[in-house]
Design a protein around this ligand. Sequence first.
Ligand code: GLN
Length: 312
Amino acid sequence: MAAELRDPVRRMLESVLDDVRPLNAGEVASYIPELAIVDPDRLGAALASTHGVVHEAGDCDATFTIQSVSKPFVFALAVDALGLVEVNRHVGLEPSGEPFNAISLEATTGRPLNPMINAGAIVTTSLMRGDTAEEKFALVQAGLGKFAGRDLSVDEDVFSSEASTGDRNRALAYLTRSAGTLGSTADVATTAYFRQCSLTVNARDLAIMAATLATGGVNPVTDERVISEDAARWTMAVMTSCGMYDASGDWLVRVGLPAKSGVGGGIAAVQPGQFGIGTFSPRLDARGNSARGVATLELLSERHGLHMLQHH
Ligand code: GLN
């Protein structure tokens, strides 16, 4: 309690969590058994400042798979390594207005609409250097570990289930391969992508990862530069337009922070130049975004004037 009194940011997070805790709308992801068995009542939020101070409230040690929250960070690694022009030859930068797993490819070029939906994320992962899934995933794992400031490991049970049920993602990989936009074979891309989705994190990790974008590419806790300032800005821009799938427009009005959600229940949100926020709550709304995570960020934004277009 004494520590809480000395930490007003933590108190602010606690108070918002207290208000959203009673919400029980939504369902945990159930397309694989490992996601269906999580405790649906978990709720945590962490805020990491660009000075490297981390504030935590609720279940910030609970681990879950990163799933689609990995997408902006892998996009960041890809544009950092290859440049925006080259990555953009393979994947577009336009919001799709469609669900995360839509067969969403540009008619003329065959490019996925953007890197925040599955089709685009599989292409982004395929652009990692190396010929094999192991080489590509090693770069993803090392890169995401630098964003988080610690080594991240794969939940092998989730990985096996993702791989054995992932035919829709394989179909997306084959479609992009036939259109000439995939940077590898379909099998290499999807194997690396399924492992990427199965990396385990907690809310604190997501806050630090988001804060690494907020600083313009330097992890504020480890002080290591992970990506260039340009790569960080491009990534936050894509999160702003496409991060919450077909709820991105709504989110931009109501919350006004670049963000990315995942079906594991995580959300990472960025206040550029200020801080990153990570939330965890497993029940998902109809669009596949964490219902209480969305509510937490809406309340935080509203109460504390966090909208990036707020007039100060
Ligand atoms: N593994 C999931 C998939 O590819 C991730 C989707 C998500 O988090 N929205 O379908």
